[in-house]
Ligand binder design. Sequence first.
Ligand code: FE2
Ligand code: FE2
Length: 186
Amino acid sequence: MMFLDRALSEEPKGLQETFSMWYSFMEEKIEFGHFVSILHTKSHCARVLLYCLKIARMAGLNDDETTVLCKASIFHDSRRHDDTRDVGHGARAAENFRRFSKKGLIPFDERVYLIMAYHDRDDELGKEKFREKGLAAAIPLYDIFKDADAIDRWRISPTALDVRYLRTDWGRSLVEYARNLVRETT
Ligand SMILES: [Fe+2]
Ligand SMILES: [Fe+2]
């Protein structure tokens, strides 16, 4: 599939199939914000999806947990107003996801909603929300998602990623992989 073909060819068949399914959903059904983004494109979301799937394998996540990460990957930057930090685009993306589920296009999941709504906020604020909603067990998914989103910061500049802020060993283990993937696909 397009620009990630080579990277995907190194992955197990199952991962490739899961990737294709969510990538097609994004391409066919999700319209991104009404400005021409350079940094928060569907290509960025596709790479985040790939990082999430790689981490899901490393972490031994089950299908249910993996699906949470996939849904967050394809929607999380779909409602940006610009390419700045744009705090609040997470909440808008979460609402966009809710709209899709109300239309019957995708099953709703509170964990996906929260990961997106707080992906542009302080970790502590996000984690508090998960605890409040009785979803503390999904906090590791929030950490994984934020790391997968962060390691794609190589696309912004060679100094845009500060690895000290990564939350998981899985995220840290993919830093060089992400650097190469961004170089190859942007
Ligand atoms: Fe974002
Ligand atoms: Fe992002």
